[in-house]
Design a protein around this ligand. Structure first.
Ligand code: DGL
Length: 269
């Protein structure tokens, strides 16, 4: 492992690509290895203990098989369930997406009436409620779980009538909350930004954790003297526990960028 070793990034599927893109944009010299655990998605309805087990297995593989110098948990559900556990278990820097998301939301809100949406496990973990309260006790937070959104994104469907109908049903409570900012507390949701914005109204600012996470990666790498040399040409490796061709195809459509050479990642448990 050295400064030009890759950063490991993982998610239950395509969602973490939103974070990967920001990391690649902010830090183009950094190489990245992305694992999408597509075969076991969605993580959202699973028990925290099971998600923790998946997160440990993926992190161990990133360290042993790909010699990563840092890990980004590009999944809110896994960040809520496993960040502290992974930090205690592994001795490389590990960051999640919850604290960066909260930072991003606080930087744009005026009214401090903020909504956050995520998977059932993320919202019921209380991770956002705790993080917001620790940063600004004046925030009036409205947290809602949105079961079903992830499945639409994993099928590459981000704008159909069906996903629109689901969004109208799930997001209806925000009509009465008068929020000015909506934090997308699931890395899959930025792919649904247009649909979500249609439903909550254009005057609500949608915020994702992606950019702030990329800045945090930059900061942590520098702090640990782990930044890649500036002339390093960042390489991209994609792995999926599902069908690699499907991953490349849907991933390319969602991201609007080519995703080439996806390899199979096999889980043991
Ligand atoms: N992208 C994951 C997150 O941010 C989605 C979890 C899932 O697979 O349900 O929570």
């Amino acid at each position: 492992m050295n400064n030009d070793s890759p950063i490991g990034i993982f998610d239950s599927g395509f969602g973490g690509l939103t974070v990967l893109k920001a990391i690649n944009d902010v830090n183009p010299s950094e190489s990245t290895v992305y694992i999408g655990d597509s075969k076991r998605y969605p993580y959202g309805p699973r028990k925290p203990e099971e998600i923790k087990r998946f997160a440990v297995e993926i992190s161990q593989s990133l360290i042993d098989d790909y010699r990563v110098k840092m890990i980004v948990i590009a999944c809110n559900t896994a960040s809520a369930a496993a960040l502290n556990h992974l930090k205690a278990q592994f001795d490389i820097p590990i960051i999640g997406v919850i604290a960066p998301g909260v930072k991003a939301a606080l930087s744009v809100t005026n009214s401090k009436s903020i909504g956050v949406i995520g998977t059932v496990t993320t919202i019921s973990s209380g991770a956002y409620q705790i993080e917001f309260a620790s940063k600004d006790s004046d925030v009036d937070l409205h947290a809602l779980a949105c079961p079903g959104f992830v499945e639409f994104v994993e099928r590459g469907d981000t704008t159909s009538d069906q996903v629109h109908v689901l969004a109208e049903r799930l997001l209806a409570p925000f009509a009465t909350f008068k929020i000015d900012t909506l934090l997308l507390g699931c890395t899959h949701y930025p792919f649904l930004a247009r649909t979500i914005s249609d439903v909550v109204g254009r005057d609500v600012i949608l915020v994702s954790s992606a950019d702030e996470t990329a800045f945090e990666v930059d900061r942590v790498l520098k702090e640990n003297s782990l930044a890649a040399s500036e002339d390093n040409l960042g390489k991209r490796l994609y792995l999926s526990s599902g069908d690699p061709e499907e991953f490349a195809k849907i991933g390319r459509t969602l991201l609007g960028e080519p995703i080439s050479d996806v390899k199979v990642w096999k889980f043991k448990s």
